[in-house]
Design a protein around this ligand. Sequence first.
Ligand code: ZN
Length: 348
Amino acid sequence: MASSLKHWTWVNTDLQTSDDEWRRRLGRMREAGIDAILPEIFNNHTAAYASHHLPVAGRWLEQLLPLAAEAGIEVHAWMHTMTCTIPAIVDQHPDWYAVNGCGESAADKPAYVGYYKFLCPSRPEVRAFLQQRVAELAAYPGLASVHLDYIRLPDVILASALQPNYGIVQDREYPPYDYCYCSSCRAAYQEVGGPDPATEADPAADPAWRQFRCDLVTRLVTEGLSPVIRAAGKQVTAAVFPNWQHVRQEWSRWGLDAALPMLYHSFYHEGIDWVRAECARGVAALGPATPLYSGLFVPALTPDELVAAVRASLEGGAQGVSLFASGSLSDEHWRAFARVNRELGKLS
Ligand SMILES: [Zn+2]
């Protein structure tokens, strides 16, 4: 186990920190057993790298790549994919955005939160827009992978512990949260012999329509984005949901180089046993070709619970964990993480 064990951490955008402070942080990560960082280089409105087509907030990826190489840590470019709140895109291309079962566009009436402006996965213009971004990123020498996050549709059913935040009860799929019913998606479904989903009395009861939308997201990854990334010699990784049906995200079929399911137990009123079970379920779905790394939600874990969650993930068949997020770990968390890695034989 020790030789194949690999640990990751997501790192939220941070454009202010000096090279010396990054050296210190990366050194501490390495000493605790982190092998790979996932810096957030596109949130949903600005790029933290020298993009030629997106608004640029800073050149953070360029700063981190040599520092991480010095520390012996891989860099994976974490990008939000389908959410896009760039004002110029919203204003000039409202037709690129996903539409819910009530006919409302995410461009001007997003579900749940203001940033839930999801693009539509069936639009050729959206595919081309996203291909530009992954091509720019994949061209960076020294980058290990392009890491796709928000590669999905909005949650038709939110994680149970999050529903009260919005004062809603989602005991089934309801039209205001169900996407995408844009003219492009509806026409594409009819081309393969389906009815117009907008005229169905209960489209949630049409399993073929649900699968069709999973397939739209799958094809965006397998035909649209992965070939561009791999042509530049880079890997394709993704942050994905355990309740994948609720976000139309059938990630076990994407042919990823690594899958990082976000097993944020507290969002689902679950405990660490659930993390173990979800790892096992994911590993079984992926098959042996794709390693799974268990995404752990650090704010809901004490240092001792973090140790237990690492062990549970490995018992479930994960080849390591990915910590969300690096800024959430206290000194005690880092010490506990190093301790379990020594016990596992990963660190001497
Ligand atoms: Zn659509």
